[in-house]
Write a protein that binds this ligand. Structure first.
Ligand code: HEC
Ligand code: HEC
Ligand code: HEC
Ligand code: HEC
Ligand code: HEC
Ligand code: HEC
Ligand code: HEC
Length: 370
């Protein structure tokens, strides 16, 4: 499987897509896969609260994860409420984000002309920061500036030009194409993009239960009657390790295939794409002990102390003879494995250090391995 995927990636980058894909998918065992951000038009969702009756603990804890809050309505945005006036200046342009009641307004002026737009949604609650989607005339715009936790203030959005804007329009932000708008909302909301259309009126912010498990209506009906119901809901935990990491979580976190298609592999920015990074680690295989869910319970806030992950490494890096593939033990240290082998890497302009999922021996002074 591991090897198959390598072949697929290499071939995909040089040969015409269709033919190779066909050959490859025939070699794969058929699987039932719910793809979180490719939701069919007919899917109907009941909402996370409907799961609470029987899975109460998960509903409570998942709401506090970053994924659960991957998009915030402006009215309840913690950052925008806590910082009622944010400002920034670049060249001749002055910016302000100002709170008025439960709305926030994004203003740019060059001293002569002024553009003020309402903020529609706040994307990301994350460690790194928050980007704003603005309502232009008939289009959505991605704000040129984002809020960063590290500086408790505004700076240029990752991926946008860092030099002085060339015009007032340019200073506001970037017009999002229709496709990009669908993708943004597809990865940061639940069931809002269905059959390739954005159902803006019924937007459900953040990644809820059904984003990952698919529609839950039938499952609940059977459950209430006390009938077997597990087969009526998708459980990603039943996927193979590699499918889970490279297909399922990667549908939003970006797979080897996604990154291979980027110019220069996305440059240093690919440190954010964990499925890609871990794929290139010697530890990686189809083994479920190295899949995303071996280390992350997505129903709980992420653990941030290195010691919490030691047992995950020890699952393979053990002196037990039953584990011949990875009996190599560390001669340097017996705890806090990730602190050295999964280094935190500062992405220029992101005001944040991402955790490099390419588990490896880090050589002092080595360049970032793309
Ligand atoms: C009326 C009770 C009830 C409600 C409401 C309910 N479930 Fe369940 N769920 C169950 C039961 C019972 C099982 C089977 C548990 C078992 O066999 O251990 C289950 C199992 C599951 C499983 C595991 C399936 C598998 O393949 O093992 C998932 C995933 C799941 N539920 C998700 C959800 C989601 C998401 C919602 C809300 C959309 C939800 N459930 C609402 C009762 C419920
Ligand atoms: C529908 C899209 C989507 C899917 C599917 C998805 N993620 Fe995420 N994930 C996100 C987004 C968006 C964020 C960033 C949220 C933020 O910072 O505001 C995120 C953040 C995270 C975080 C940061 C910490 C936290 O508490 O949320 C972890 C860990 C994570 N994802 C793991 C996973 C794993 C493991 C899977 C697969 C089981 C997965 N994700 C599937 C969209 C997704
Ligand atoms: C293919 C899925 C995908 C698309 C499309 C996408 N995101 Fe994300 N986004 C993610 C994931 C996964 C993360 C968490 C990993 C990370 O922090 O980079 C994330 C993180 C973020 C963060 C940082 C949160 C933090 O960790 O502090 C912001 C802000 C953000 N996205 C905004 C946007 C905006 C705005 C768009 C559209 C212009 C967009 N995203 C499009 C998946 C996506
Ligand atoms: C980011 C994707 C994601 C989200 C969001 C998510 N789950 Fe899950 N869920 C998973 C994965 C992956 C597994 C398999 C975990 C495993 O086998 O270790 C799982 C397993 C489960 C199970 C069965 C295994 C168990 O631990 O009992 C239930 C029940 C469940 N989820 C309910 C929910 C409910 C309820 C919500 C919403 C509050 C939810 N999930 C949100 C990805 C997700
Ligand atoms: C061997 C353990 C391990 C595996 C497997 C793993 N992670 Fe992580 N992940 C970590 C650790 C450790 C951190 C950093 C925790 C901290 O210090 O805050 C982390 C952090 C993250 C973050 C937060 C952003 C960052 O850069 O710190 C995201 C998102 C994430 N992981 C997603 C994933 C996804 C998706 C997969 C599957 C491709 C995955 N992880 C597999 C250990 C793991
Ligand atoms: C699924 C089993 C598995 C897990 C879990 C796992 N590894 Fe590995 N690891 C391996 C295998 C297999 C190799 C390659 C063995 C070899 O090259 O002889 C390896 C190699 C390594 C290497 C040497 C890399 C090099 O460049 O030579 C380091 C360092 C390492 N692992 C650290 C870790 C750490 C730290 C963790 C936990 C965060 C971890 N591993 C989790 C299986 C695993
Ligand atoms: C203080 C930093 C540090 C910590 C913490 C650490 N290591 Fe290492 N590890 C290293 C260095 C440096 C090397 C390379 C040693 C050499 O080549 O002489 C290494 C080598 C390794 C190797 C390759 C061994 C070989 O024979 O080639 C493995 C596997 C490994 N570490 C796993 C782990 C695991 C698992 C943990 C946690 C129990 C861990 N490391 C904790 C720094 C660390």
């Amino acid at each position: 499987m591991h090897r198959n995927r390598t072949i697929k990636v290499v071939l995909l980058s040089v040969v015409a897509l269709g033919v190779v894909q066909l050959v490859f998918s025939r070699a794969q065992t058929p699987k039932r896969m719910w793809t979180p951000n490719k939701i069919p038009a007919h899917a109907t969702f009941v909402g996370s609260q409907a799961c609470a009756e029987c899975h109460g603990d998960k509903v409570k804890s998942q709401a506090h994860t970053l994924m659960g809050q991957a998009l915030e309505p402006v009215a309840t945005s913690g950052i925008l409420t806590k910082h009622p006036k944010l400002s920034f200046r670049t060249g001749p342009y002055s910016y302000e984000i100002v709170r008025k009641g439960d709305q926030s307004f994004y203003t740019v002026t060059d001293g002569k002309e002024t553009i003020t737009l309402p903020i529609l949604y706040a994307f990301g609650l994350g460690f790194a920061g928050q980007t704003y989607v603005l309502q232009g005339s008939g289009v959505f715009l991605e704000s040129r500036l984002s809020f960063y936790n590290d500086i408790l203030g505004l700076d240029t959005t990752i991926g946008q030009a860092r030099d002085v804007p060339t015009s007032l329009d340019d200073a506001v932000g970037r017009v999002m194409s229709k496709d990009e708008t669908l993708q943004c909302f597809g990865c940061h909301t639940t069931g809002t993009v269905k059959g390739g259309k954005l159902d803006y009126q019924n937007l459900v912010p953040g990644i809820g239960c059904e984003a990952c498990h698919g529609p839950g209506g039938e499952h609940i009906e059977l459950g209430k009657k006390g009938e077997p119901n597990a087969h009526k809901i998708f459980n990603p935990g039943k996927l193979s390790g590699d499918d889970l990491s490279q297909e399922f979580c990667a549908s939003c976190h970006r797979s080897v295939e996604d990154v291979t298609a980027l110019p220069r592999l996305g440059g240093m920015n690919n440190v954010r794409f964990q499925p890609y990074r871990i794929f290139n680690s010697k530890c990686y295989s189809d083994d479920r002990r190295i899949s995303c869910i071996a280390c992350h319970d997505v129903h709980q806030p992420m653990k941030d102390e290195a010691a919490a992950y030691d047992a995950k490494c020890a699952a393979c890096h053990t002196a037990k003879a039953a584990e011949p593939a990875a009996t190599r033990l560390c001669k340097v240290e017996s705890k806090n494995c990730t602190s050295c082998h999964m280094p935190k890497i500062e992405l220029p302009g992101a005001h944040f250090k991402f955790t490099d999922h390419r588990i490896r021996i880090v050589k002092p002074g080595e360049p970032f391995p793309l």
